[in-house]
Design a protein around this ligand. Structure first.
Ligand code: SF4
Length: 899
């Protein structure tokens, strides 16, 4: 295992180390490290992170993560030195000094793989490395020296991907009943329980059979709300009747989650349901929104020159991954989450179909397209593991058959998912996308983003009316915002009516808004607009209508051309026209929503909706100006479009009643309240004995607003726990301030501190690193409060900086007023506390402490915590003593009887 003849550089908050050839590694100053890295390329691990640690963001070198992604595409690895050591099968270093030398050893092992005859990911490597060499990829010469040229030319990526087959539509599912006793027997099989089952889990499996019974009334599904405390084993409880029903009826059950973490977890349960991998791949399918998947046509563009510099290197590595990926899912699938962040601004997002530019059957890769494959596989599957947004969009749009049997896990998030799915945003970024789709990109942009005229050239030369509609649409789209729109409105010189409206919106927001989180978003209610805004909205509305009409006419002409089928309309052209019809339908839907939104400005308010104006900012920089519309109660469209169209719906969660044990709240938040039927209820308490394994400490002497005191409290608590801490913040600024004060101190004590919004790493990877190292701690905001699933030793302390009151936004204000004032706020906080506490105890054997650094915690909200958990109000010193002693607390045990 010869190490490459290059030095290595390792940097953390605790210091900087370098290791030359034959050296064990030694500590270096920042100045020396930067000078040496500028002189000679060093082997590093995660260049953006190391650059940030050095305070030298332009640091470049040979990044081990890139080499790993090249040699083992689609293989999971935690992007730390110990994580990479484990991934390549060598012993992790025992200290930071050894870590620098370990980088060279990891590189040596990885380069050795290139010479192994049984290297599974060999195909395509030589060709890809030739391209990477031309792009100046640092590893390319070292790879080239070890990689034998294949005897025959390698197959192109596209020909190595599986094609999907067209199949006949599946017949409707047979009408059957799943007996509760059968669900119980299936549960026994799935859990491997030889004798008794856990009572809560068994009862839930039996009760869940009700949603698979035949529907009794039109537009009224069989619906069950099930609150199943943590540890019940609700996943297998609902999969038991679901799998029985799909096998016997020939139908599909959609299991929908809110977080990618649960989606992954459900996928991991697959082998219990179907042992044979090939059979499993057919019967259990993961589906996500199309923007998650690699678009092969975008990749082809990128590989053929649309990307340059670092982005082109990323495209090559994504190309390597595509050939070995299970399903082409770039976000939370088997593409390492850390890979895109190594390339900073050069975004992986341009490789997905974010802009809705898919040309469907007109695409040369259509038969190999990951998105199309996933969609078709879903039609044939017994179980589709999806997310709430996709289920709602599929039900709302007619492109696919609406899901008929749905299990919403993480059901406490249905309200939020419906809120964003059924909301409307009219902002500069959205309108410019619409313009680009119609007119094509401005400037010297390369690739296939060519606008409608180029895509429909043959139709336009054949059909006069179609050509006129197309011309009129392009003319109208030119009145929409173009590149540089934001700068122009900031300077007060907007172009066209929509830019003028956005300029008025911006002015009104600055005039009326009160900053809540300096440097971040600003907003104000859309009420009593001044005359200038009303006139600008009327002019913008006219220009949107001027666009909508020719788009509608064009859709009609395209449909007529397909019907007439002229001689030149071969299958390619037909596919292209088909693709344009689909794209037009989507744009027209968006335009209608925008027109309805603008038509309301200056008129009377619609009590069903909440409208507001916003300037989107990040760290003081503006990036968008928009008008937003949300349903006051988004479960209304949820009930109408999704629930009432389904035959059976199960909504489940550990905190469905939001921490205040109120079924009426559960019915309101899930849309059940809008259905004309009685909805089943089921509850099973957690089997964990929380009183023995956890406690809640409310710290009484950390003053609100005292940042130094807050940071000191975090540092001391993390030290007392020896890491394993999840720190939750309600404001990004405070998170950053605390992190910058304590990260070095903790790192020197061997306690790494990770932070969302600080480390240049995606949230999923931060959680992977946190899970992997029991001495690490992680600071984060909302997403971590709800989506972290870290059982075991790695998470033993949760620290909340404040009572998580909702932000006083316009939307919140409207819902608060409609929902009972302070009682509404209390319900929100209880739900958040219950969620945050839920991170602590995930499985048998877990233990931990939950700390709130706020004396202002009202006692009435403490019912959010599970019954029996000891709750104490203590000064910080005492809290630290409790946390230090918590290592002696008995791990959680089951207290539930078996049946
Ligand atoms: S069919 Fe659409 S999404 Fe799929 S590869 Fe082609 S353009 Fe991309």
């Amino acid at each position: 295992m010869p190490s490459p003849p290059l030095p290595s550089l390792h940097a953390t908050h605790a210091g900087i180390w370098i290791a030359g050839r034959g050296e064990d590694g030694r500590e270096a100053s920042r100045g020396e490290a930067i000078a040496r890295a500028a002189e000679t390329p060093h082997i590093i691990l995660n260049a953006p992170l190391v650059g940030q640690r050095l305070g030298y963001p332009d640091l470049s070198g040979l990044d081990l993560l890139e080499l790993f992604a090249f040699i083992h595409p689609a293989k999971f690895a935690v992007p730390t030195v110990p994580g990479m050591c484990r991934a390549v099968g060598i012993d992790p270093p025992s200290n930071e000094t050894e870590a620098a030398a370990a980088l060279r050893r990891i590189a040596g092992v990885l380069l050795d793989v290139l010479e192994q005859p049984d290297w599974a990911e060999r195909e395509g490597a030589w060709t890809s490395n030739q391209s990477l060499a031309r792009m100046g990829w640092g590893w390319a010469p070292l790879v080239n020296a070890r990689l034998e040229r294949p005897e025959r030319g390698e197959r192109m990526l596209y020909s190595r991907l599986k094609q999907w087959e067209e199949t006949a539509d599946r017949p409707p599912p047979r009408t059957i009943i799943v007996p509760p006793s059968a669900a119980r027997d299936r549960l026994r099989e799935l859990t491997g329980a030889r004798s008794e089952l856990r009572s809560g889990q068994a009862a839930m499996a039996e009760e869940a059979t009700t949603v698979f019974a035949p529907r009794r009334q039109k537009d009224v599904p069989n619906m069950l709300l099930a609150e199943a405390g943590t540890g019940i084993g609700k996943t297998l409880a609902y999969l038991s009747p679901a799998s029985l029903w799909s096998e016997a009826s020939g139908g599909t059950v959609w299991v929908s989650t809110f977080t990618k973490a649960l989606q992954r977890q459900l996928d991991a349960e697959g082998p219990r349901l179907v042992a044979d991998p090939a059979e499993r791949a057919r019967r259990i399918v993961v589906r996500k929104g199309r923007e998650n998947y690699l678009c092969l046509l975008n990749l082809e563009d990128a590989l053929q020159g649309a990307f340059s510099g670092r982005a082109a290197i990323l495209a090559q590595l994504v190309g390597r991954w595509a050939a070995f990926s299970k399903d082409g899912d770039m976000v939370g699938g088997d593409l390492p989450g850390w890979l895109p962040s190594l390339f900073r601004r050069a975004g992986a997002t341009a490789l997905t179909d974010r802009r809705g530019e898919c040309v469907y059957a007109g695409c040369p890769h259509y038969r190999r397209c990951f998105i199309e494959r996933a969609e078709r596989a879903g039609r044939e599957a017994d179980i589709v593991i999806a997310n709430h947004a996709l289920v709602m969009i599929n039900a709302a749009r007619s492109r696919e058959i609406a899901p008929q049997r749905i299990i919403f896990d993480e059901g406490h998030h249905l309200f939020d998912a419906a809120d964003s799915t059924f909301g409307v945003t009219f902002g500069g970024q959205d309108v410019i996308e619409m313009r680009r789709w119609i007119v094509g990109p401005e400037g010297k942009s390369r690739g296939r983003r060519r606008g409608l005229a180029a895509r429909l050239m043959d139709v336009a030369s054949y059909d006069h009316e179609g050509a006129q509609a197309l011309e009129a649409a392009i003319e109208a789209a030119r009145a929409m915002p173009s590149d540089g729109w934001l700068q122009r409105i900031i300077e007060g010189s907007p172009l066209g009516p929509v830019e003028a409206l956005l300029g008025e919106v911006r002015g009104m927001v600055y005039a009326r808004a009160k900053a809540q989180d300096a440097g971040y978003g600003l907003e104000t209610e859309l009420a009593e607009p001044d005359g200038a805004l009303v006139s600008a909205a009327a002019a913008a509305l006219e220009s949107l209508e001027a666009l909508q009409k020719p788009l509608a006419a064009l859709s009609r002409r395209l449909e007529a051309v397909l019907e007439d089928a002229p001689d030149w309309l071969d299958s390619q052209a037909r596919a292209r026209v088909d693709g344009a019809i689909n794209g037009l339908a989507w744009r027209r839907e968006i335009l209608s929503a925008w027109i309805a939104l603008l038509a309301r400005i200056g008129g009377s308010a619609d009590p069903e909706f909440v409208d507001w104006l916003a300037i989107e900012r990040a760290e003081g920089r503006e990036y968008d100006v928009a008008i937003h519309r949300r349903w006051l109660d988004p479960t209304k469209p949820l009930a109408k479009v999704v629930l009432s169209q389904a035959q059976g719906v199960l909504v489940t969660s550990a905190t469905l009643r939001g921490g205040d044990a109120s079924w009426s709240r559960a019915e309101e938040r899930t849309g059940a309240v809008h259905l004309d039927c009685s909805v089943g209820r089921f509850e099973a308490d957690s089997p964990f004995d929380y009183s023995a394994c956890s406690e809640v400490l409310i710290v009484t002497d950390v003053k609100q607003g005292d940042l130094a005191g807050l940071a000191g409290a975090y540092a001391r608590l993390i030290e007392a726990a020896g890491g394993g801490t999840l720190g939750l913040f309600t404001a990004i600024q405070r998170l950053k301030a605390v992190h910058s004060r304590i990260a070095d101190r903790l790192a020197r004590a061997g306690l790494p501190l990770l932070a969302q919004h600080v480390d240049p790493i995606d949230a999923g990877t931060l959680v992977d690193i946190f899970r992997d190292d029991p001495r690490a701690s992680l600071l984060g905001t909302d997403a971590l409060r709800d989506g972290v699933d870290v059982p075991g030793e790695s998470l033993r302390l949760v620290v909340m900086e404040r009572v998580p009151w909702p932000r006083p936004t316009v939307l919140h204000g409207a819902r608060r007023m409609a929902g009972g004032g302070s009682a509404y706020d209390d319900a929100v906080v209880r739900a958040r506390l219950a969620q945050a506490f839920g991170r602590l105890i995930r499985r048998e054997g877990d233990r931990g402490t939950f700390v709130i650094l706020s004396a202002a915690m009202p006692s009435r909200l403490l019912s959010a915590f599970p019954a029996g958990v000891p709750i104490r109000r203590v000064p910080l010193d005492e809290a630290i003593a409790h946390v230090a002693a918590a290592g002696t607390v008995v791990p959680v045990t089951m207290r539930e009887p078996v049946t």
